[in-house]
Write a protein that binds this ligand. Structure first.
Ligand code: PMV
Length: 311
């Protein structure tokens, strides 16, 4: 019997970059896009195959280099479970999460893989263990990530995250809707994180002050989300965006998307994730979704995903 498991995309609501310096961040899963892994048993004696039919990948596990994140996560998981390093399985992955766009596509694929392996051998896996295994593969892509991506994807719930601590799950009082616009501009998180570090080294007092200001906004945002005060959340997005611009991670194309969303009625908007390129998120009342989506597409967005964060 094949075993299938999946994992959602994710988006950071507030606190990116400051989270690298020990401040809190809030992230939510994006269940409208998912990564899926399926494991099928092959006849005895066959080598383990990893296949991603959507991108034409079909390779045997033992031949894939250590730098290939999906193979790495499979190897780590097999070792953790004391299984053969070359089980007679065909492992297939697929995903509707746009690649390299700040939605955590890599972490979601890895999470689906780990879940599928545990399920296939009938073992339970906690979100903490899942997240830990996926973190190893994230390090390959991002250098020294805070761990927020793998954590929110493993839990699949809105999270309050502080680096090095167990996350806190919290519950929105009311559902709220976000339009996630992909700027189509590739800007590796590694680069923007490195640039912020340079800025911090040159002006640690100024940067620490901004990180503290972001932390206060993030605290307030949690209270506001738990109280269901969505309009206030929009204002917090705007203030977080202003601070991210001061950190040097915004860009004219992102500012244009943010302005367009607000002009079309969004309650607030900001970049999400590493910045410069990647995504902009806009908080939108349900009746304004269409208008905001159109405005984003007319102002340079390559794609807009609408997600509702559930209460
Ligand atoms: O670019 P993303 O969505 O993977 O987010 C990066 C978030 C940062 O805070 C900038 C870096 C990190 O590791 O937390």
């Amino acid at each position: 019997m094949p075993t299938t498991a999946s994992a959602p995309g994710k988006i950071i609501l507030l606190g990116e970059h400051a989270v690298v310096y020990g401040r809190p961040a809030i992230a939510v899963p994006v269940w409208e896009t998912v990564a899926t892994a399926t494991i099928m048993d092959l006849p005895a004696g066959r080598h383990c195959v990893i296949a991603a039919p959507d991108i034409g990948l079909h390779t045997s596990l033992i031949e894939t280099p250590a730098s290939f994140a999906l193979a790495l996560v499979v190897r780590l998981t097999l070792a953790r479970l004391n299984l053969s390093p070359d089980p007679n399985w065909q492992i297939e992955v697929s995903s509707t999460i746009p690649i390299a766009s700040g939605l955590g596509s890599g972490a979601a694929l890895s999470t689906a893989l780990v879940r599928a392996i545990y399920a296939h051998v009938g073992q339970p896996v906690t979100p903490t263990l899942l997240s830990e295994l996926v973190f190893e593969s994230e390090r390959l892509y991002h250098g020294t990530p805070s761990g927020i991506d793998n954590t929110v994807i493993a839990y699949g719930l809105p999270l309050w995250f502080v680096k090095g601590q167990l996350p806190a799950i919290f519950t929105p009082r009311q559902p709220f809707t976000l339009a996630i616009a992909d700027s189509g501009i590739a800007a590796p998180t590694k680069t923007t994180v490195g640039d912020v570090r340079q800025g911090w080294q040159a002006d640690s007092v100024g940067y620490e002050r901004r990180f503290d200001a972001i932390a206060r906004l993030t605290w307030t945002a949690r209270q506001v989300i738990e109280a269901g005060d969505i309009a206030e959340l929009g204002a917090l997005f705007d203030r977080n965006q202003a601070l991210l611009a001061e950190l040097g991670v915004s860009s004219p194309p992102l500012e244009r998307l943010i302005e367009a969303a607000k002009a079309a009625g969004a309650l607030g908007a900001k970049l999400s994730g590493g910045g410069r390129g990647g995504n902009v998120i806009a908080l939108v009342a349900p009746e304004k979704v269409m208008a905001v989506q159109q405005a984003l597409m007319a102002n340079g967005a390559k794609n807009v995903i609408v997600t509702t964060v559930k209460a």
